[in-house]
Design a protein around this ligand. Sequence first.
Ligand code: IPE
Ligand code: IPE
Ligand code: MG
Length: 229
Amino acid sequence: MEENKIPVHIGIIMDGNGRWAQLRGKNRSYGHKAGSANVERVAEHAFSRGVKAVSLYAFSSENWARPKEEVNELMKLLGSYIKKLTARAVKNGVRVNVLGERSRLSPELLRVIEKYTAKTAAGKLQLNILIDYGGRGEIVRAANAALERGETLTEESLSAHLYTAELPPLDLIVRTGGEIRLSNFMLWQAAYAELYFTDVLWPDFGEKELDIALENFAKRERRYGKIEC
Ligand code: IPE
Ligand code: IPE
Ligand code: MG
């Protein structure tokens, strides 16, 4: 694959854990466990293919509306997988960041996030975990931050206050689980991202499926409104 045909920054909407578990006669938590175990495999494969930044949608601002037991289970799982993920990230030169609204997370989870992601600060590759994240909320938050500083709202000033300000532009969004929608994922950044949807449920999405998505991306013509690339 040509170098410039590899996306620099990929976003992944990791959907389908609940259905994956249901198909096996298990409860939704079983699917979330399998889904969280899949994160490292896919992220590491993306990095091995030359991707520099991976942003994973783990918990949306709307997911709080799920039953309390499922939310609690997900929060517990997020804490434990951040610990596991960051240990490997340090070895692999990956910087882990958690993006999203921090104020609604429990103090225990916040402590885990701060302590463990700090250890990865020297990494050159970037792995972002989106927790209590919503694209609309992110835009409003960035607009308020710009206005509080007395800045005029422009595309540049607003972009500079997004969670992704330090990241390269989003090139490709992959959504597993069969739904053809963004569900509030990186709305601003999606403006010129390529979109790839697959029916494969997140726990089943592995190296081979990621390669298919990358091959599909490599064939796209990104014109950005012009008549040729
Ligand atoms: C994605 O899987 C994980 C989260 C949204 C936290 P789902 O839990 O949405 O799984 P389905 O879509 O119900 O199968
Ligand atoms: C999107 O999946 C959120 C995450 C993957 C974290 P959802 O399952 O919450 O999305 P909808 O409800 O199908 O739009
Ligand atoms: Mg879902």
